[in-house]
Design a protein around this ligand. Sequence first.
Ligand code: ZN
Ligand code: ZN
Length: 505
Amino acid sequence: MRTFIKTLPARLGCHSSGTAHNPVVRHLRVIGGLAECPGCGLYQHVPELQPGQLATCPRCGQHLQRRRRTAPLAAPLAFCISSAAFYLAALASSLMTLNVYGRERTVDLLTGPMELMHEGWGEAGLLVGAVTIMAPAVAIGLMFAILYAGTRPTLPNWAPGILIWYEKLRPWSMVEVYILGIFVAYTKLTDMAHVDVGPAVYLIGGLMLTMAVSDSTLDTERIWKHRPVDSLTRMDDGAVVEIAHVHVDDVGMPPVERLVACPSCGLVGEMEHPVSNLRCVGACPRCGHSVWRRAPESLTRTTAYLIAAVVFYIPANLYPVMTFMRMGGGSGHTIIEGALELWSDGMIPLSLLVFFASITVPMLKIASLATMVIMTWRGSRRGLAQRTRLFRVVDMVGRWSMIDVFMISILVAVVRFNAMATVTANAGMVAFAAVVVLTLFAAWSFDPRIMWDAAGMNGRLVDGLPRAVLKMHDTDTDTAQGPSRPAQTSAAAPRPAANMEPNQA
Ligand SMILES: [Zn+2]
Ligand SMILES: [Zn+2]
């Protein structure tokens, strides 16, 4: 027992303010078979899943757990090795060759970020380099480490940290968005010159597919189940806590206000006292992530990022994002002018794509997150399930706004023929990249569960524990389940407020 306590501070997720010298022993129950929905905060019964089964929340439709059919390690490993091969080959080969009146220029993946930095747009160059070159490499490296850890009889102590970092960094690898950026740049260039697409474009296409498949075959649930839960952990106030394991079928549903779920591995624990939303509870005894009942300062942080995004949104649309000089003439154009130019050149689908990614998506993100923030402040109960679904869409589509930034980075790199034809980046592009990054941060810091908390929907359950809806995820049909509970019938509509007692303060 002493060795456990010795190793505890290293796994403490948040800063301890208490007395670590004289710990008080307390108790915590880890409850199996129970999961908290990360979309709406509903605690529900999730049984052991069969291969191919998917558990979703009956209240907001959020995917809770999924059991893959594929080999848990061999399938992602095969695709991870292919990703590494595609990545290295893409780095070493050329992206595009442009031929203007007999003069040729060939560029590769690194040229775009380097040229942007050269021109004095260091932040934008770093951003493009980070999300197209660094992040994919880090994601592939971390995936290898996770798969190696998965082959060990018990998951090594460093593995949970790697898995947590993988999930945090993976959205920053924007290979699939970059492919569209290349496509838009290519279409703009075929207009003025002869363009040869280099092998790197096909290799990045391959990388996009293998990374996506390796992600979708990785079964994180099973990796976490592989990991034993420590028998002791230390809370934020320095108290040492003894951990007991129980199953919800045996003990019944504990009071909701005493429950807390790990944001990283989903482990559900019951504390001795009601848990505050405002304080870190301590480190998760399974993965070591710091456990908060809700994302800390979620509303304030989202509001701050949104205000910053709105401030940058104005110059991003008013100032030119790039200047196309041809034969000594030419002028800068803004994001909207870029989309309109594609339209007038007859490339209507592409123009619609750019319009959607660069104009609709940032506006939709800012407007819908602002609505969610305001309705949460006001404790509104209207359209909670729809708002939660909208949040998932907003969270998913935000990265696609980077298309324009990537397209400019490619044009700046390849169109450098002095007086004949030159593309330069302008201040509007940096402001636009800032809007994209700030709205991504705004969505990531928003915890959709607080919308349900504010509406008083996460109080004590008075009519029994709801059950997750089980489906086969390739056929999308519901499978047989245990006894029918009221929550199962309320898949579309939120549970009536009468079933809930109000939240604790
Ligand atoms: Zn839910
Ligand atoms: Zn955890």
